[in-house]
Design a protein around this ligand. Structure first.
Ligand code: NAI
Length: 351
């Protein structure tokens, strides 16, 4: 099974290590180093079969190449998966992460890691004891702190750009926005939108969280299973992936979709289904790049708050380019974004 996954993948390098003491498989996928070292987080997860972890690393590292290219940061795409028999705690976790740090260090900077599902800043501190290619450590250890507020700022600029394309002015005053998930990104995003005069409908599987924020922002809260059907100008998925699919797309009642969640489309053809319905979709990997911009700008490029703010604003400009390109070519916004990625990689590759 490993063979066919690897043969069908268009990336540069995969590293596979079986970690005898823990029974974990370590997978590192370096999809592209054309724009710089392959960067992406380390996901720790229990899979039914090791090849499910390999499949994840290959798919996710290729998505990171697209995200980096569109964010205009000097990095390529990578990802790592620690496919563990169970999520380790205490000394066993530390030992696993140290051995994993040795593995990354052996790649001499080809892959740069960060947090992902089930790994956080304290884990990055441990990995950094053994290797230098780590972003997202705790602030006490030189990290740049949570990226979620800047992800929210990037999504906010993306929403304004999408509103401008769909309605003319980018003014959010009086525009209706439905936010799905008011967690680390959705909450600050809702605050920015409310400050800009948007009228909000909020939902979260944690009902209390949505109701409390709605009360504070003079917004409406609806049950989590209803949010994608709310009539609104903008639907902003900020919870989980796969929310735009053959089942949900027919019942959407929005003109624009722009949100933080990764992998919003159930499958790539859903971008076409959205454009057939006249819904303007801001490709997730373009609009949610604020998180990687935060990490890379502060921790790799030593940039200032003003530099970071400028990069976040440019997410809006990039989306404008995607929308114009999709319209001119009569293709979905997803296809237009993918085409721009291909061009940027080709230009860098031949430079
Ligand atoms: P979070 O875990 O802090 O917040 C997610 C919120 O969504 C939680 O409040 C959760 O209760 C809620 N939720 C989960 N399933 C839901 C559902 N079906 N309906 C309604 N609410 C639901 O996560 P965070 O950091 O806010 O991230 C949100 C999304 O944005 C995730 O998909 C994440 O991968 C993506 N993202 C986050 C970045 C960051 O910097 N934190 C960067 C780029 C993408």
């Amino acid at each position: 099974m490993f063979e066919s996954l690897l043969r069908d993948w268009d990336g540069e390098e995969t590293v596979v290590r079986f970690d005898e003491p823990s029974g974990a498989w370590m997978f590192v996928g370096v999809h592209s180093t054309v724009l710089g070292p392959g960067m992406g987080g380390t996901r720790m997860k229990t899979y039914a079969e090791p090849e499910d972890g390999l499949r994840d690393v290959l798919r996710l590292s290729s998505a990171m190449t697209s995200k980096m290219a569109m964010a205009s940061v000097p990095l390529g795409g990578g990802k790592a998966v620690l496919a563990v028999p169970e999520i380790p705690r205490g000394p066993a976790r530390r030992e696993l992460l140290l051995r994993y740090g040795d593995l990354i260090e052996s790649l001499h900077g080809t892959y740069v890691t960060a947090c992902d599902m089930n790994t956080g800043p304290p884990d990055m501190d441990v990995i950094a004891e053994r290797c230098s290619s780590v972003l997202g450590r705790t602030e006490a250890n030189g990290g740049s702190g949570t990226s979620a507020p800047n992800t929210a700022v990037g999504v906010f600029h993306g929403i304004r750009a999408a509103v401008a394309h769909a309605f003319g002015p980018d003014d959010l005053h009086g525009r209706t926005v439905a936010v799905q998930g008011v967690g680390a990104v959705g909450e600050p995003l809702s605050r920015l939108l409310a400050e800009a005069g948007a009228r909000l409908t909020l939902a979260d599987v944690d009902d209390v969280r949505a109701k409390e924020l709605a009360g504070e922002l003079d917004a409406e809260a609806v049950p989590a299973d209803r949010i994608s059907e709310v009539e609104c100008d903008v639907f902003s998925p900020c919870a989980t992936g796969g929310v735009l699919n053959a089942r949900t797309i027919p019942s959407l009642r929005c003109r624009v979709i722009a949100g933080a969640a990764n992998n919003q489309l159930g499958d790539p053809a859903d971008a076409g289904r959205l454009s057939e319905r006249g819904i303007l979709y801001a490709p997730d990997y373009v609009v949610n790049a604020g998180g990687v911009i935060h990490l890379v700008s502060y921790e790799m490029l030593d940039e200032t708050d003003d530099d970071v703010a400028g990069r976040l604003r440019r997410i809006g400009d990039t989306l404008g380019e995607v929308f114009a390109r999709a319209e001119a070519g009569g293709v979905s916004t997803g296809a237009a974004a993918d085409a721009i990625v291909t061009e940027r990689l080709a230009a860098a590759g031949s430079a």
